[in-house]
Design a protein around this ligand. Sequence first.
Ligand code: ZN
Length: 321
Amino acid sequence: MRKVSLLLTPIILAVFMLLLSACAGNSSNQPVSPTENGGPDTDTTAVPTEEPTPAPTEVPWKVDENGRRLAGTDSGLTRDGTPKKYFTISFDDGITQDKRIIEIYNKYNFKGTFFINTGLFGENWTWVGQTLGMPSLSHLRWTVDEFKTGIYDGQDVESHTFQHPSLKDYSKNAVINQVEVDITNIYDLTGICPVGMAWPGGDTEYTKTTMEIVRDNTSAKFARATTATNGFKLPKSFLKWQPTCSITENAVLKLAEKFLEKEAESDMLFYVWGHGYELDYYDIWDRLDELIKMMTEAEDVICVTNAEFYWLFCDEIPPIK
Ligand SMILES: [Zn+2]
């Protein structure tokens, strides 16, 4: 027994000396991270350490000459010179179905664009359902009080003009008023200034002159049109921004698959537009859900609002071609 303990004594001493020197090596008052300290886990095999997550940095908004925050400027999105695939979607008129649309978006942490008319709050367009042979179909705009409850918070709210008129026969001043009053109202209600619009009534309701009036006299920098391109090329001009297709087209999900399969050899855009009432009329809510799921889950697709897309490409795409 005695022999054994004599043998052990130098070993215990050596271990003690080792421990002492390890402590001395850290004699300063530097904080020690749990991994440096070893912690309770004595396994010293290399464990891949995770990169620390950087604290989210607030991206400052761009403001206009009146100090108004401009829609789409706080995304932090930039271009790195390599071709990318972008997806965007918008719904017109500011109607009550938009709430259900946003519930779908929220499931996927997605942001969309909504074009609204602040001169028509609370309007009930029963003629839409009657025209379509479905009198029960609702086309009801939010009242201003409902709007103020924050239905569109976090979404991109853009102009659809003040009262949704056919602009093609309007005087210059009337066109300017329809656009600017709506933009100002949306800013006053949301604190964020719209940077674009959708032509009310679509492609038959404006002219080249109307486009020039908007370009030269209003703060709208883009205006969405309605003729489907069925393609993924970038718009030729921002004031006649033609979408890929409408949500009502049966081929939407086929187009989505095609978009996902394609390699981006140059920048590509998949743009879907529509109205909330069409989702009821055609019973295509599942289609919208599937579309947003596909786009948000695709690793090589950048989901943007209309305003965010505008800022990414405003140096490249002219207002009018
Ligand atoms: Zn409309």
